[in-house]
Design a protein around this ligand. Sequence first.
Ligand SMILES: [Zn+2]
Length: 159
Amino acid sequence: MRDLLRHVPAPRPWSMNAWIDRLERHRGRDIDLVAVDYAPGQPSGAWQRHDDFDLVAYAAGTSSLHQDHIIAHEIAHLLCDHRGECVLTDAEAARLAPDLSAHLLSHLLTRVTTNSDEYEAELIAVFLMSAATEDGARLRPGASGPAADRARRFASLLG
Ligand SMILES: [Zn+2]
């Protein structure tokens, strides 16, 4: 992931769309983002591999940082060349990464899950979002709520 970020650097200020544009050019393969209606308990993200592009669905109507994290998780699957599809529910995300404080992150890092692809994708999402927001001052103005708090914690934790 560090190597990828050297070739596909996180834009400053951070923009997931701008980063994905760079990633598409780097990979020579399109990534289509689709916002989908979201209700609590419903899947918040999904990824499907198609022959000539990848489709990533993410929840509309949640914070932009939460959306970025969902997208990062799904992008991680395609970067890792995982097979199959991901349908990420908030419950699953919460189970994988209940709260990314330093203590819990180290817990997560040492945790063995039965679903290694999901685990790997979530770790990469955490890493990407920490790189994306490592300069806290450039966090999107007005970003607030749990996702923004989490991003700021990533920044202080991993930056
Ligand atoms: Zn997943």
